[in-house]
Design a protein around this ligand. Sequence first.
Ligand SMILES: Cc1ncc(C[n+]2csc(CCOP(=O)(O)OP(=O)(O)O)c2C)c(N)n1
Length: 671
Amino acid sequence: MALIDSATGKAIRDYSIEQLKDAANLMRGYDLVTLCAAGSGHAGGTLSIMDITAALYLHVAQLDPKNPNWADRDRILWSAGHKAPALYVGLGFAGFCDIDDVVTLRKLHSRFQGHPHWLKLPGVEVSSGSLGQGLSVAVGMALSARLDEKKHKIFCLMGDGEQQEGQVWEAAMEAGHFHLDNIIAVIDVNRLQIDGWVKDVMEVQPLDQKYAAFGWEVLHVDGHDMKQLVEAFDKAKTVVGKPVVILADTVKGKGVSFMENVAGWHGKPPNREELTASLKELGLTERIPVEMLLNKAKSYQAEMTRELEAKMPRFSRDFWWNAGDAMKVKMEPTRKGFGKSLAENGDDERIVCLGMDISGSITISDFYAGKPERKKRWISMGIAEQSATAAAVGFAREGKLPVIGSYATFSAARNLDQIRVSVCYGNFNVLIAGAHAGVSVGPDGATHQALEDLFAMTGMPNMSVVVPCDIVEARKATTHLLLKHVGPKYIRLAREATPIVTDEKTPFVFGKANVIRLRKDAPDFVDAFETCLADDYKNESEDLSIIACGPMVPEAMRAALILKRDYGYETRVLNMHTLKPIDAEAIIRAAHDTGVVVTAEEHQIGALAWRVSGLLTESKQLYGKPLITGAIGVKDRFGDSGAPWELVKELEVSAEHIAQKAVELMKVKKR
Ligand SMILES: Cc1ncc(C[n+]2csc(CCOP(=O)(O)OP(=O)(O)O)c2C)c(N)n1
């Protein structure tokens, strides 16, 4: 009995095995429609876990959709947060939300975030997205239930690649130690992860022997056989004195022939044609109102766009990228500059690159692409950021040049203590790439948007930090850090394509800012500007300065253009690509010469702003000088799902926001 009315204890609805099979099939269809409407998301792993989802939400777990926080409900934890669409469809079918609403998946302010957020959607137990944490939450919930003498079960859904996270085994040990027979873990053993087959990336088998050794009862099932699944869950509920793990053999992409067992479908949605073909294969063409759902997604998006635009600062005309002649730019993601440098310099035998199962998209795999002889220096570590970071130290201690990289949230947060003690305290020569940082990872949502990494990285003694402004600078910076700079070093990279505003001739000197000045009208945006090393720049007594790093440099340039065209203001833009060691002299001179300083960072306000203001308050040169400052950045909040450029607006880190702040400060200066 699954869905019950908690007030009366009566079943709301129960499903037979045949009905569960049919529901799972239909849920696959809804899953694919929502992914198609979102334009991003994880097809492979949501399809592999769908039979498990249907069994749990519609039959196995005791839930009351009208009373989602009912104290006696079973808890279902989605440790594998990227499988969120399956969870949402499960909640929709169980009656926690309207199934049609799930189609707003991954859109701005949607309750259906890229990774689940319990504060947005009833039925979600806890927020997740950083792999390997769910089983620990389950341990806490299970112990809490024991204290309260409650009988409910705690289900925890994980992937097999996820088993590579060390934390999973800490929790497995705890659950065994405490004999937590109220925990039922389910592993979706589809044998694939992002970089390929689990056995090749980092073998996790034999999972049965490993869990048994930690004191668990182990059950095996075919994860697509509904009868077996239901029987396994029934049996798991009867086990006394130890936790249970159900190892469910599944197929990634199950149900759609061209997605099955293909690693490439891990984080990809179907396009419209692929959706039609998928629904046909699933026999659902007539059963899902595809057009209605896609239209619903479109109108939701239109409403979000309208609300967002209404909040934007307005100027005399549209100064957005590529809106009209003077705004023409080419765009590429900075992460690709990192990959280019690794490809160019990878013959250096000292370089070793450590992969953490997200190698293609962050471009670290460019190191060995087309170069089989480098493969021996490519070390696949699996989804194990903490161990990989310390392993990099092992390489560095032996004189190698180790490079590690992942989403910045995982390569500069998940492993923070390893960075602090093993890398920084030991002052080891390790290059850490924080890719997909800032808002640029968009629809994945807050869990994946590193907006705090620069606090920690700039706060570490011995660490050097570079935030390149475009793909060209990213290549130069990587090469410098890799081959010339010895010590702990962090480079922050964006996922989304951002404007290219430098070229081969633009100076890049580690630790030295560049000054960028708007000089003329030009059809191409970059041609209107001139750049030189801050050391070489002669004061022009401009009206104000904007100090920016990373993708905020092009935004600062665009703000300079808005300020000139609409207000006649001259702006000194400082490209502060090196955040540590920071170019204090350039900052103090800009403040001294202009009297107005705006900082701009695609990060919680402070990594740049507070460093700059700290320097300004300390500077003897500025004693007695009038100085007005402002800071643009994220204002102590988490991000949200949405398109990257939508989030630039939503989180108020656009040129328009910089210009608005500058105008406000200029009014004060003129008083
Ligand atoms: C701590 C952490 N590191 C990296 C990621 C990025 N990531 C998302 S899904 C995934 C692969 C997961 O593989 P698996 O557990 O086998 O799931 P499935 O193949 O079933 O989707 C990775 C590395 C993450 N979400 N969390």
